[in-house]
Design a protein around this ligand. Structure first.
Ligand SMILES: Cc1cc2nc3c(=O)[nH]c(=O)nc-3n(C[C@H](O)[C@H](O)[C@H](O)COP(=O)(O)OP(=O)(O)OC[C@H]3O[C@@H](n4cnc5c(N)ncnc54)[C@H](O)[C@@H]3O)c2cc1C
Length: 263
């Protein structure tokens, strides 16, 4: 893990309210382990906003990393106004990676909302090694998607309003396209309701799944205890805090689906 004063090389709107930024960050690239990892960005060093903002790494290319982000509040708005050449204080790489536990399984990568970034990263890593992979991405409508629905190449989109791909959520797309495929393993990242639904889908169909949890986060390095998720160990004694809860920043963000309770 490093703090690096990096240089922005590109920052573009790629879909409705969604931006892609490229950052020259050689020290962080050197320590990068794979899709799932994230960085913490100090967008503004001031008492009004002392906390860094977590962003998943969407790709790594030579000395450059990219992030894909949605404008939610003040810091992501300020990020969108940055231009090539601006400096950015980033901490990373942080967290663990998506790793397959099932030999020869076909990976099904499911992303939604701002959870697209690590899923796209994993998908590109698989394709670059000529491995088979299925990508399912959900959004509210077509203008939030920047890829095309392309079933011939294993890319399936869903939209709440039916304006692209399958009408409904990623679960509707999974129901439609996965039922006849044997030996799959699910990897997912997205908003909590989506992750909960994917978790349930995996339980119902007895499919192994890994999920990346994007909980609110303060420090990103295990000190502030701000990003806890509950583990399903309810019968532990009251003092066994770490048996009951997990810190997303240092234990995650990627978990086996059955390891955490999504509320
Ligand atoms: C490990 C991790 C990886 C992430 N990766 C990405 C990414 O690749 N791309 C991306 O766009 N975002 C990502 N996020 C979320 C991102 O960090 C927040 O959107 C960002 O911090 C918001 O900052 P802000 O100042 O713009 O908004 P704030 O003013 O901090 O928040 C505005 C509103 O956004 C919502 N919000 C903010 N943070 C979260 C959160 N973590 N979970 C749910 N709702 C939230 C709340 O409703 C809040 O009121 C990630 C979060 C985590 C923990």
């Amino acid at each position: 893990m490093k703090i690096e004063i990096s240089t922005i090389t590109d920052n573009k709107l790629i879909a409705y309210n969604i931006w892609k930024m490229k950052i020259d960050a050689p020290s962080i690239v050197k320590q990068y382990l794979g899709a799932g990892q994230f960085i913490q960005i100090l967008v503004q060093s001031s008492w009004n906003s002392p906390l860094r903002r977590p962003m998943s790494i969407a790709s790594v290319n030579n000395n450059e990393i990219s992030i894909i982000y949605k404008i939610f509040g003040e810091m992501t708005r300020i990020l969108s106004e940055k231009v090539p050449g601006d400096k950015l204080d980033i901490l990373g790489p942080l967290g663990n990676t998506f790793v397959s536990d099932k030999k020869n399984a076909i990976p099904v990568m499911v992303g939604g909302g701002v959870g697209l970034a690590p899923i796209l990263n994993m998908h590109n890593e698989y394709l670059s090694q000529n491995n088979n992979a299925i990508l399912i991405l959900g959004a509210r409508s077509a203008d939030e998607h920047f890829l095309q629905h392309d079933p011939d190449n294993g890319i399936y989109l869903s939209t709440d309003d039916g304006s692209a791909g399958v009408k409904g959520t990623v679960i509707n797309a999974m129901d439609k396209y996965l039922d006849n495929i044997e030996n799959i393993e699910i990897f997912s990242c997205g908003p909590e309701p989506m992750l909960k639904a994917v978790q349930q889908y995996a339980i119902n169909k007895k499919i192994p799944a890994k999920i990346s949890v994007e909980s609110y986060m303060g420090c990103g390095i295990g000190i502030c205890q701000g990003c806890v998720v509950e583990r399903p160990n309810n019968n532990q004694s009251e003092n066994s805090y770490h048996e009951k809860y997990s810190l997303v920043c240092i234990d995650g963000p990627v978990y086996k689906s059955e390891e955490v309770i999504i509320v």
